[in-house]
Design a protein around this ligand. Sequence first.
Ligand code: PMP
Length: 433
Amino acid sequence: MRLFADRLDLLSSENAFKIGPHIKALEALGRSVIKMNIGEPDFPLPDHIKEEIKRQLDLGNTRYADPQGILSLRQAIARRIEDTRGIPVTSERVVVFPGVKPSIGFAQQAYVNPGDEVIYPSPGFPIYESFIRYVGGVPKPVILTEEKGFSFGGAELARLITPKTKLIFLNFPSNPTGGLATREDLGEMAEVITARCSQDVRIYSDEIYETILFDGRSHESIASQKGMSGRTIVISGHSKAYAWPGGRIGYAVFPTRKEADIFTNLNINYFSCISPYNQEAARLALEDERSPVNIAAMVREFQQRRDLVVRLLNLVPGISCGLPSGAFYVFPNIAGLCENLGIFPAWQELPEELRAMTSPATIFQMFLLYEYGVAVMDRRSFGLAGSEGQHYLRLSIATSEGDLMEGLARLAKAAVDAQGLARFVTRREHLFS
Ligand code: PMP
């Protein structure tokens, strides 16, 4: 007999959190670590939102609330999605979750039977892939490439759709690459889906980075494409736009009321409701005219940092990095760096079991953390499928400019320390997270 159920072997994780204990252990030894690992804006929660949380607490708004989400917030969400996506939305079809994340696993529990196929981007947000096998689904990754700007269109989707396709995850702007699909790409996808999928196939469109777009771009949702609003679950939340990940506010607009009821029941089963004082403040965040001003200032800053970081990365031997279109990550190609440091043969020579748990980019990630005190993420952290032979890192630019400069200076030193790398690999410690 085993302590844990078999299905737990099938659940993966999000390494951006898992690397936390490594960072803490280093800091406990008095080492400084520059944290570019986690996707969390380094801006404070805007004052008007903070004041509303306090006001709600003073009003005693601390009891259980509607498990679907309080009506005033759902109405504000419905209005926002109607205005920005150009589709009709009613508050009965909106469900509020404690962050976007729970809705990913819920969607898989609600729609996917064993044997059903789930399409998702790789590299992509790791929780999409994490849940697929857990619910008995079959992972069907869309392997994104640098050549296509880490985006895709109808042709890539068409290759993966079969009669067993049940759920399709899209995420534009994307984590970890900042890739974006154009309106034309989304139009092509919509045509393919209309032609090839039954009405019961759902698109889970994770639009959490909708407000963080660079160079004057504006957000495009597949839900706005012809025939798609009846098949798309539009997802967004407050963690990024309002620099409020601790508020745990995410939401979904479902194609039907029936689906909203099903997800509300999952809420009831798992956590009853979301703190009502946060929900009131979340409503204010959507409606208050100070919010877009805060967002614009944050995006301006992210864009400046993006330009700085990409320029500095491209000066490092063996690194090449394109400009992301949105979100707050850069995704440099480090194949040349791995070559220069001798990481490929070092990885090849590892015992098979250890080799399978790491990758050349992972070895550099851990070397950078343990020897140079910079926390970044490796390609493998964003979906295992298709990660072989892809040598990338993700750096979060939701980090102060001072820290980014220091982190990049350390990275530039690590990039030419072949001897240090060889010593690090020989120790056989910390070769994966
Ligand atoms: N989707 C994507 C693409 C994300 O990057 C994140 C957070 N990193 C989430 C969902 C989860 O966000 P939340 O804090 O709302 O759970």
